[in-house]
Design a protein around this ligand. Sequence first.
Ligand code: HMG
Ligand code: MG
Length: 297
Amino acid sequence: QLPEKVEIIEVGPRDGLQNEKSFVPTEVKKEFINSLKDAGVKEMELTSFVSPKWVPQMGDAAEIVADCLDSNTRNIVLAPNKKGIERVYMTDCKAVGVFVGVSNTFNQKNINKTTAESLAEVLPLIAELKSKDYFVRACISTAFYCPYEGKVEEDDVLGLCGEFVEAGVDELSVADTIGMAAPHESYSLFSKLKVAYPDVLLTAHFHDTRKLALSNIFASLQAGVTRFDTSAGGLGGCPFAPGAAGNAATEDVVYMLHRMGIETGVDLDKMLKAIEVIQPHISRPIESTYFKLNSVT
Ligand code: HMG
Ligand code: MG
């Protein structure tokens, strides 16, 4: 039983760019964001309010947000801690993603805190955000495998997600950070999450390190997931997750879904144009199949 419609959450401007070593000019980022919206994207991670010492690429977050909010799109920014949320409060952005790793070692490498310490910091912040009417997503990293600790247990993921649901989040975005999940694992975890937390939006976030992202998306669809984080051009990767490649490419995912008769609202020709905006500013080739077959550049 497949859905008629799927929601694409475009993470290219955030996950897609955060790992790029040379700084992408702020004006280019804005043009990329606008061209993604022009391609029909209705939900997008614009940037993240993290330490510019840790991730210099996201150092222009405030400028991006100042110019890129609009009422047709759910414009999401990420923030890992109190300081990040305080920076969000200084903007007009009304949708925030907090992020925590299931695995302690990954969380320490990424946020410099244990998972429990991060939770203790962000759960009260979520309550505050909800009291101010913010949309809150919880991004759950290393939900399948950790680059440092190996296999992650399903019960640990379910438990961590439960804490966020109890704190009142609107959405869980559950991630295969290093692209190691196999389709049967995605089917199993997402089926359980669907049953355990039926009242929150459930989104799957796959990195494509081993070229299994599309298969994992198909398996997750069968488990009842109708929302996917994807990145234009398949850009992306976490700087603190060694070996993580880009996200599932938006254009490949959308192509597959359209071929299956599932609506996304994304215009593929315009999506190619958005990728062409960012292509000259990134250090690696665009490897998505749809782009290689159809782009004229
Ligand atoms: P820390 O060094 O432990 O921070 O880093 P601290 O609290 O000790 O503060 C040190 C300094 O940083 C202070 O400044 C703070 O004000 C400042 P100073 O007094 O030295 O001038 N600071 C900040 N500045 C700006 N924004 C902030 C902020 N917080 C502190 N929010 C910290 C801790 C969390 C800041 C750091 O580890 C960090 O920025 N980590 C972010 C890492 C990151 O961006 N990772 C990628 C995103 S997650 C991801 O990609 C996974 C995902 O895609 C899902 C998946 O695929 O798994 C979502
Ligand atoms: Mg990611």
